[in-house]
Write a protein that binds this ligand. Structure first.
Ligand SMILES: NC(=O)c1ccc[n+]([C@@H]2O[C@H](COP(=O)([O-])OP(=O)(O)OC[C@H]3O[C@@H](n4cnc5c(N)ncnc54)[C@H](OP(=O)(O)O)[C@@H]3O)[C@@H](O)[C@H]2O)c1
Length: 275
């Protein structure tokens, strides 16, 4: 897996700790960008039906020359497709757009508690896993109460939960809860959508280690035991965001970053977000 450390999930499968985010790329942009990322060494690609770029992602994977079986493809169920039968149909449509017969990680994109269909969607996910069409099943933007309900009503815990997480929104309580449950966390907007890149504390740490601020932040995600999925369409930054495994943050660095948490979200709140 090109030297990227991997996390073992509660279902026995593994995820590389650094993957490649594809939002907000268009379908046309995603193909060349994904091919570039795979050639640079990424082996986890994150897309979603809602991004409208699954076909481009599939084209990029095929164009890269990297064998399909070496790539962890993640996609997500969008809000209008919640429900048992509609989730099964939506999965078929995503797989067709991607041009694959199975997906490695399928996530419910948002819980949408106001629709109250995420448990039905989850039952469809369990079936897709049993049928071998999906390797690992998980959720995104779920709060502990949503996951506890899945566990209570289906007996099946997600392998992963993809949530907003970066130094300004570090989700310490959520991370502790997931560690105790054995559910991996993938951090979205890991760079705070670029908003953290001029923080003076992070700039000091970057100078200390001779790295960029983005590398310090991504290394922090890795050392916290997270899977992180930065997005870049710039070839040099695509490579930079993967060059994280020949330096380490020390305890003082980690404490300085922990002190930056202002509990500032970039995206929507899981209890109220509507897709
Ligand atoms: N599950 C969900 O609900 C959810 C929500 C949001 C995002 N996501 C996923 O998470 C991925 C990442 O999140 P995100 O795109 O919101 O934010 P992000 O990865 O934190 O930030 C992306 C921004 O940072 C810039 N950037 C990337 N690397 C850089 C570097 N080394 N130096 C300076 N700037 C850099 C990018 O610009 P350039 O492209 O110009 O480099 C882009 O503007 C998405 O692509 C998507 O796959 C999931």
């Amino acid at each position: 897996m090109t030297g990227i450390p991997a996390l073992t999930l509660n279902d026995g499968h593994a995820l590389p700790q650094v993957g490649y985010g594809t939002w907000p790329m268009s379908d046309a942009e995603a193909g060349p960008a994904v091919a570039e990322a795979l050639r640079a060494g990424y082996r986890l690609i994150d897309t979603a039906a809602a991004y409208g770029n699954e076909a481009g992602v599939g084209r990029g994977i095929r164009a890269s020359g990297v064998p399909r079986e070496d790539v962890v493809i993640t996609t997500k169920l969008r809000g209008p497709d919640h429900g048992y039968d509609s989730a099964l149909r939506a999965f078929d449509a995503s797989a067709k757009r991607l041009g694959v017969d199975h997906v490695d990680l399928y996530l419910i994109h948002w819980p949408l508690p106001m629709k109250d269909l995420y448990v039905d969607s989850w039952r469809a996910f369990v079936r897709l896993k049993e049928e071998g069409r999906v390797r690992s099943i998980g959720v995104s933007n779920f709060q502990p109460a949503h996951i506890e309900r899945l566990e209570r009503e289906t007996g099946v815990l997600p392998a992963a939960n993809q949530v907003e997480l970066h130094p300004d929104f570090s989700q310490a309580a959520l991370r502790a809860w997931h560690a105790q449950k054995g559910i991996a966390i993938e951090s979205w907007s890991p760079l705070g959508r670029g908003g953290l890149l001029h923080d003076p504390v992070l700039e000091r740490l970057a100078a200390k280690h001779g790295r960029t601020v983005a590398q310090v932040v991504l290394r922090w995600h890795v050392q916290l035991g997270l899977v992180t999925i930065p997005k870049s369409q710039n070839p040099a930054r695509i490579r930079q965001n993967l060059a994280l495994f020949d330096f380490a943050l020390d305890a003082d660095d980690l404490a300085a970053i922990a002190a930056l948490d202002g509990e500032h979200r970039q995206g929507g709140h899981p209890d109220t977000w509507i897709e």
